[in-house]
Ligand binder design. Structure first.
Ligand SMILES: [Zn+2]
Length: 245
């Protein structure tokens, strides 16, 4: 570990692994989730907000130690039910990226390709989280592959989701997450034009001085994401960003 190291962890679903799912590895049980974050804290990593994590990594806080931020993509009900209470018990926060038009519904984008149905958190639950120190970010309206959209559809998914979500939760939405980690120059510029302050990708890496605010790398945490497996993955992220050999 070195000073100013920071990583952004990416989680999806919290709950027992459902082997019938196309993305079975994306289920992290509440127990593994707890072991993961408690293990890092025992190794002197500090759980911080996404904004703080970016600050530490990009050098704004050189004595900030090692920080990790927690992010959840999609906005599953299981995150609201299991992970958020565990974070609150530990006085920690997270950023939850919701698919705005599916709030209170199901994961329609997965269902369309035949995957398991999952419940999404409701708008009221997202608002409650926002009122309790969690950050709510946008993960578009419908979870499309953004690079495949025309300019008008792109603006709708990126800008309209921001405004709609701001109306729902009653506060500014400053962060965006690219569905499937799918973005190019045009998509990135659309996120900047929509007024977001940053955007997260699915590329593996740590946040370092030169990290672009609209290409924040993350560490995808899967079913076995605790203890040495999690630390090994973080080390891989640091290596990908040139922090360790
Ligand atoms: Zn997603």
């Amino acid at each position: 570990m070195r000073l100013g190291t920071s990583v952004v962890l990416l989680y999806h679903r919290i709950g027992p692994v459902r082997l019938s799912s196309h993305v079975a590895g994306q289920y992290v049980s509440p127990r593994v989730f707890g072991w993961g974050i408690d293990g890092l804290r025992r190794k002197s990593w500090r759980g911080v907000s996404l904004a703080e994590c970016i600050e530490i990594g990009r050098g704004g806080e050189p004595d900030g130690g090692a920080g990790f931020a927690i992010t959840f993509d999609d906005g599953y009900l299981s995150v609201y039910e299991h992970a958020c209470p565990m974070l609150r018990e530990r006085d920690m926060t997270a950023t939850v990226y919701v698919v705005v038009d599916t709030l209170g519904g199901i994961n329609e984008w997965d269902r369309r390709v035949g995957d398991q149905e999952e419940k999404m958190m409701s708008a009221a639950q997202a608002r409650e989280l926002a009122e309790n120190g969690f950050e709510i970010g946008s993960h578009t309206l419908t979870h499309p592959h953004l690079t495949a959209l025309d300019d008008e559809q792109l603006a709708r998914e990126i800008a309209d989701s921001k405004h709609k979500l701001e109306d729902l939760i009653g506060r500014e939405v400053a962060s965006f997450s690219y569905p499937y980690g799918d973005f190019d120059c045009r998509v990135l510029n659309a996120a900047i034009a929509a007024g977001y302050g940053n955007a997260v990708s699915t590329r593996l890496g740590a946040v370092i001085q030169g990290t672009s605010l609209f290409e924040i790398p993350r560490v995808n945490v899967r079913w076995n994401g605790f203890g040495w497996q999690l630390r090994r993955k973080i080390r891989r992220a640091m290596k990908a960003s040139g922090l360790v050999k």
